[in-house]
Design a protein around this ligand. Structure first.
Ligand SMILES: [Zn+2]
Length: 516
């Protein structure tokens, strides 16, 4: 018996990241299928595939009991969360909205505070009036806190706290690096400490949850003390079974929306998350969490994951090659990504596929339908399915706004009925780049993307040819030894989780009385 070990499998590795305040997040990239700049930056910061040394096989024993608990839980959840397809879509949309708001809240628009002007230049990136508040976690009670507002400057803030311009002047000019105090952003906290006679004793600038600077009055003027708080990386894992949708299963297992999308991106080259996931599909994810003072502060990266779809298991491992390129590969070092996205619209936004054999709603004939239609809300981003060049960007009465993209010599993808076109004819595009948005221009009855895939000029069903399409990138033979040793432990760990799951199912089977 492993006395209480079940909940301590979350082995802490106490790795610290360089201070990475959320200020640097770019909300515009988060939905991009392939090039998630923010994520990649973060991956690069947190280094290579890790976890390699933390999980010797002996440590795998405690997984089992926990996993059985998860298995039982997911059966219970199954009984309560089987939803109609439309119910799923609604839930997904809500998730996306939540995610959007959460991301929005992470973005801080810089204000360059200038005392000379009344209207400091404000980044136009944000129009939202509410600013996230960045406060010190433990400011003693006798400190008076002021939140930096849009359009604020130091004099205004000092005035609100009962101090004056000469106090501002003294701190900024007398403290070492005091000028940094004038770089303030909406949502930050400036805390003030007054002496007994009411004069300014100290000012604390909380730059981010990870960084603050205190300017403290001294004999000579003001001293500067910078405090950087360290985050820890903790490795953890979840296992889940799909009972209604990937999103629901991921959420039930405790994955954030961001990690679920990341998981879908990793397997998007082999699994069609619009059509393929089946009830009973399972996945295991080994990932990192960023902790601040022992509490989860941010999502970390997915280190390894497996997805079993209709009985076939795909494993993916994160690896940084010697050029610093981070990607996910299968156990043979073959990229998980294809040269083409399976669907050029995020799977969570797609509400249905049109019936291709329908009567054409406008022409009232059964015209051959040579593409795939994805119904999604107007404005949903449309991604370039692969790297290529825009060979047509135009408008016709039938197609509405449309784009054709050439990929290499053999492949062309077409995108019709767009609300907006965001690329020009002749422009180079990268896989996952937003090239337009879903609309209902041209002969369309409702907002949807009509997507065509041509090989050597022949229309093909992208869903059917997808498995034959080339892979985006495969590790060079010279990288394979390093890759194999980097993934060895994660691979064992995944195998352990998969085996635990099989055992859990088997014991569940044998404990069920046979039907009469
Ligand atoms: Zn169509």
């Amino acid at each position: 018996m492993n006395g209480g070990a079940n909940h301590t499998i979350r082995f802490s590795k106490s790795k610290t990241l360089s201070a990475a305040p959320p200020v640097s997040r770019q909300k515009s990239f988060i939905y991009s299928k392939a090039y998630k700049a923010q994520l990649i930056t973060f991956m690069q910061k947190s280094g290579n595939l890790r976890g390699a040394t933390v999980n010797p096989p002996a440590k795998q024993a405690p997984h089992r009991k926990h996993l059985i608990a998860v298995g039982v839980l997911s059966v219970l959840v199954a009984a309560t969360t089987i939803l109609t397809p439309s119910g799923d879509v609604a839930a997904n949309r809500e998730d996306r909205d939540d995610l959007g708001m959460a991301l929005e809240a992470d973005v801080l628009a810089p204000i360059v505070v200038s005392e000379a002007t009344d209207t400091p230049p404000v980044s136009s990136a944000l129009a939202t009036p509410a600013e996230p508040v960045i406060a010190a976690l433990e400011t003693p009670p006798d400190w008076q806190e002021e939140i930096v507002r849009r359009g604020d400057n130091l004099s205004l803030i000092f005035k609100r706290a009962g101090f004056n311009s000469s106090d501002v002047y003294r701190v900024v000019n007398e403290a070492p690096e005091g000028k940094a105090l004038s770089r303030i952003y909406p949502g930050q906290t400036i805390a003030f400490l007054a002496a007994e006679d009411g004069s300014l004793k100290a000012v604390k600038h909380v730059i981010s949850p990870l960084e603050s600077v205190t300017y403290q009055r001294s004999e000579a003027g003001f001293d500067t003390e910078r405090e950087i708080r360290q985050t820890d990386i903790q490795e953890t894992w979840v296992s889940a079974e799909i009972t209604s949708s990937l999103f629901m299963a991921g959420q039930d297992a405790g994955l954030s929306s961001g990690l679920i999308i990341e998981l879908a991106n990793i397997f998007g080259g082999v699994i069609d998350f619009v059509q393929d996931p089946r009830k009973g599909d399972t996945f295991h994810v080994i990932y990192e969490e960023v902790l601040l003072d022992g509490e989860k502060y941010q999502d970390g990266t997915i280190l390894a994951a497996s997805f079993t779809n209709k009985g076939k298991t795909f494993n993916a491992f994160r690896f940084e090659d010697k050029d610093g390129h981070v990607a996910y590969y299968n156990e043979e070092g073959i990229s998980m990504r294809k040269a083409f996205l399976l669907a050029p619209v995020d799977f969570t936004r797609i509400s249905s596929n049109y019936n291709p054999r329908r009567l054409h709603p406008i022409y009232k004939t059964t015209r051959p339908h040579r593409g795939t239609d994805y119904a999604a809300p107007t404005g949903t981003p449309v991604y370039a399915a692969g790297d290529g060049r825009v060979i047509k960007s135009g408008f016709t009465r039938a197609n509405g706004n449309y784009l054709f993209v050439q990929h290499g010599d053999r492949y062309v993808t077409r995108y019709l009925h767009l609300h907006q076109r965001k690329v020009k004819q002749g422009q180079r595009v990268m896989q996952g780049q937003v090239i337009g948005s879903v609309g209902s221009t041209g002969a369309a009855t409702g907002p949807h993307l009509h997507y065509e895939f041509l090989i050597d000029g022949q229309h093909r069903d992208p869903r059917k040819v997808h498995r034959e399409l080339p892979k985006a990138k495969t590790l060079a033979a010279a990288e394979l030894p390093a890759y194999r040793s980097a993934i060895a432990d994660a691979s064992l760990q995944l195998a352990g989780l998969q085996e635990d799951r099989r055992l859990a199912l088997r014991s569940a089977d044998s404990s069920t009385p046979a039907a009469p």
